[in-house]
Design a protein around this ligand. Sequence first.
Ligand code: ATP
Ligand code: MG
Length: 423
Amino acid sequence: MNNPSNAVQPSSIELPPEADAAVAIVRKLVDAGHTALLAGGCVRDLLLGHPPQDYDVATSARPEQIVQLFRNTRLVGAQFGVVLVRKRRRWVEVATFRWDGPYLDGRRPSKVVFSDAREDALRRDFTVNGMFFDPLAGQVIDYVGGQPDLRAGVIRAIGEPSARFEEDHLRLLRAVRFAARLNFPIEPRTFAALREHAPQLTKVAVERVRDELERMLSHANRAKAFDLLHQAGLLPFLWPKATWSEQQVAAAKALLARLPAEARFEPAFAVLVLDRPVPDIHNIARALTFSNDEREDVAWLVEHQRDLDDPASIPLSKLKRLMAHRALGDLRQLALARWAGDPAAAAWPYALQARLAAIPPEAVQPPPLVTGDDLTASGIPPGPVYKEVLDALYTRQLDLELLTRDAALAAMDDLLRERGLLK
Ligand code: ATP
Ligand code: MG
């Protein structure tokens, strides 16, 4: 398997135009006497016939040689041998073949040693991620058995699985992400090591956990990812003091499977915390370094998860207030996913659609007919009564009970009289 003579295999990969920049970089490096290859994820995706997100180049050239060879470069991790090269209006990651030194604390290598393509393949995480493609010769270079694993459809750690998870705990989540995304099972020894090392997830930087979670949960195969997190024993370590009952796990999995493929991260994450107290959700989101918008949307989705139920009887004012929120689309996806399991809700999607379609955009948040200025003009001293009265009037305006300013002013006087604030 590690013999270079059978590592090189002809291939029928046809490169799309998006690969042009990376191929031009490879050609220039080769012309200068270096080895240069497309590497990692793009080779996997090309062999699968999926469009790669980006094309990474791996080369024998040292960072200083790469920088000299190209006009526009940026050093992103010189110590790791990574240089960004600008070519044909794209930035391409060009990394020197390397071997990672001993890992510190399961997070990052203490040093990297520049080496050759074979060693660079062996430091990579999973066999399907460990291949190279020589675009000039049209050959796949596979030192790790990536091609057979890709054909069979398995995620297998390169080398000794336990050692590979021990040296970099982020690979725990990467294994799950690739298995879910590609819909590949995880090879049994790799999976056993994954389970064994699951508690070490707590040592991974939260930003990276968040990142991996976001990528898993934004993908159509999110239910599979969640199931794998569960099977691998990773769920209790996703955030501090995470607890899961079997019931919560089963409910979340079923609901994730019913979200539409294109659902965003926020409703998918909301599914994971649907029955948890809202203050806890804010804490979880903070612990995972969500942005404020993400955190607020997840909490809002949980708080309002039942507000769209029985759509025919939702008060107009309430529906308009929900429509005014940026996450209404997410809330609707969540509601539809929940209703899909409930025969009593069979007609609700249509009823909701009809209700929403009946409300023109300009009716969602009309300017209020009366404002605080009107209360001031009536001599009402500032206080909590302002918000109370204005909210009540605005609700009636949204419900189309108050259609004109005169009607609203009369209603305002009534409310003030009821409170003894007006004679
Ligand atoms: P994606 O399509 O999601 O970007 P990818 O395979 O390109 O998938 P990247 O995170 O972009 O993944 O990493 C590029 C390559 O670097 C991987 O294919 C893999 O070979 C290697 N790699 C990345 N992260 C690790 C890691 N933590 N341990 C070992 N190798 C890694
Ligand atoms: Mg990538």
